[in-house]
Design a protein around this ligand. Sequence first.
Ligand code: SF4
Ligand code: SF4
Ligand SMILES: [Zn+2]
Length: 264
Amino acid sequence: MAIEINVIELTERYAKFIISGLTPASANALRRCMINEVPRMAIDEVNFYENTSVLFDEQLALRLGLIPLRADPGLYVLEDECTCEDGCSLCQSTASISAEGPIKIYSSDLVMGDENISVADDNILIVDLKDGQKLLLNAIIKLGTGEMHAKWQNAVVCGYKNIPHVSITDCNDCGRCVDVCPRDVFKCVDGRVMIGDDINCSCCNLCVEACELDGIVIEEDPEAFLFKLETDGGMTASALIVYAVRMLRDKAVRLKSVLERFSH
Ligand code: SF4
Ligand code: SF4
Ligand SMILES: [Zn+2]
């Protein structure tokens, strides 16, 4: 069966799409890849030269690590896979802050050492420096994956469900299913009960229990999935999907070549 994708909604950071022709294992592999395996850049180490703000170094370092950075992960390599010994422009980059209060320091105040990296949102408050308080730091940015730490996770929401199908086999138009359905799947038109948009069905079975004629059937398509994906802006939703699909394809190609070598 050919794989088909039907995009329902797509914005820079959000995607809702139906993908059909997949096994449940493949759908789950795609979900896990988008969450855990597609790499991204994030602040990993912070060297503090001066910090007289109200926040401890560790608190500031944690905040800095969680600021979403926008960068093409294809331009960098994981530290463990780099051929250098002490860090190079392929496996790390820098960002710095030098400020004295009174001033509020936002994510946009990070001075990047690499023009290919920027913050996804300018207005994330890092710290409010009061009069005379100083902050001087240099941060090391590295490539990582969600498997290593949540700060390297591109997808903040990524889930799917099998596509539901609702059908009515017997009906006296009593309207109970219309009343109990929390997703407004049923509608009443001129006294007749009909099925509207059954893709919204959550398979809660409330309508099945309410129907005295046992006239409602809820089914799930085992090979079609409704995905919802949201990123934090480090990558666009469409770029994350494409990146994950390419990673899965490359893994499958590598596995195939290994298996072929063993079978000869
Ligand atoms: S509850 Fe059953 S009988 Fe009543 S309107 Fe719905 S499908 Fe028809
Ligand atoms: S299973 Fe739940 S969500 Fe689906 S149609 Fe019935 S009541 Fe609505
Ligand atoms: Zn390196």
